[in-house]
Design a protein around this ligand. Structure first.
Ligand SMILES: Cc1ncc(C[n+]2csc(CCOP(=O)(O)OP(=O)(O)O)c2C)c(N)n1
Ligand SMILES: [Mg+2]
Length: 290
């Protein structure tokens, strides 16, 4: 009974963080004058679960050799990861509104030379899983126990390099690698299934030798359960979490709307979005920096 209560409390904390991250994303894209709100909002629950439940990290030591790694293969969703890093204390929250400004540490896409807590430069879609695989094999070579997570988007799965990495990871029995697919159904110019379908997704990953979990990627309780199952699972097979999400999740006028993939936000719409996010979960100041 006690364990169940603790688990619920943790889900609440992660959920509160996810909505806080969403509010930061809106503020950042507003002040940056450009950016990618849709794919940042769809991934907010995944990112919050990774940073507040899953990954072993030490914000005091961003280069700690045994830290788990996140490769944000869908690098255009940088705002939501920057928001998580600031909330974790890698750098001050005050840096967030500098997104995309000249000389900022928060470039439009992740830059490992500029941002504490970013382990891989990314943004050119298709590359992240190969990089994550290299890191995971590196851990094996160095006899370190860290885990590597790669966050991919569904449109990105149209890139051939993803499937080369998938094939290699299974061949080399890479058990410390987890891919996470933000399966929001939309890419820049339409529905993924109309532009070029990537389905049947679960069957494809299984055929490539991966263990597959399918999960509601906007439901923190389901995400926590899936990551816990993964943690207890095989040490000799790569796993993928196929996360059903909604692009723009949490801001009703952005949900499922293609144009919000990348778009500036006016002051009026920023206010409307923040009001709506606050009604879901008042960003609790008591959660800051936990
Ligand atoms: C190799 C490459 N081609 C094109 C782009 C431009 N681009 C940015 S995001 C995106 C696709 C967005 O759709 P999806 O991959 O599904 O991401 P999400 O829906 O999660 O935002 C594209 C084509 C890119 N970043 N990299
Ligand atoms: Mg997509």
């Amino acid at each position: 009974m006690k364990a169940a209560t603790l688990h619920l409390d943790e889900a609440d904390l992660v959920r509160g963080k996810a909505y806080r991250l969403r509010s930061h994303v809106i503020e950042m894209v507003f002040s940056g004058g450009s950016g990618h709100p849709g794919g940042s909002l769809s991934a907010a629950d995944i990112v919050a679960t990774l940073y507040w439940h899953v990954m072993r990290l030490d914000p005091e030591q961003p280069q700690w050799p045994d830290r788990d790694r996140l490769v944000l293969s869908k690098g255009h969703a940088a705002p939501v990861v920057y928001a998580a890093l600031a909330e974790k204390g890698y750098f001050p929250l005050e840096a967030l509104p500098t997104l995309r400004k000249t000389n900022t540490i928060l470039q439009g896409h992740p830059d490992m030379r500029k941002t504490p807590g970013i382990d891989m430069t990314s943004g050119s879609l298709g590359q992240g899983l190969s990089v994550a695989l290299g890191m995971a094999l590196g851990a094996r070579h160095l006899r370190r126990r860290f885990h590597v997570y790669a966050l991919l988007s569904d449109g990105e799965l149209q890139e051939g390099m993803i499937w080369e990495a998938a094939m290699a990871a299974a061949h080399y029995h890479v058990g410390n690698l987890t891919a996470i697919v933000d399966w929001n159904g939309l890419q820049v110019d339409g529905l993924v299934r109309e532009v070029m379908s990537v389905e049947p997704l679960a069957k494809k990953w299984r055929a490539f030798g991966w263990r597959v979990l399918e999960v509601d990627g906007n439901d923190v309780t389901s995400l926590i359960a899936a990551f816990d199952q993964r943690r207890k699972g095989s040490g000799s097979q790569p796993w993928v979490l196929l996360c059903h999400t909604v692009k723009g999740k949490g801001v009703s006028f952005m949900e499922g709307v293609m144009e919000w993939h990348a778009s500036p936000i006016s002051a009026e719409l920023r206010d409307a979005a923040l009001r709506e996010l606050a009604s879901f979960a008042e960003p609790p100041s008591s959660l800051a920096r936990k």
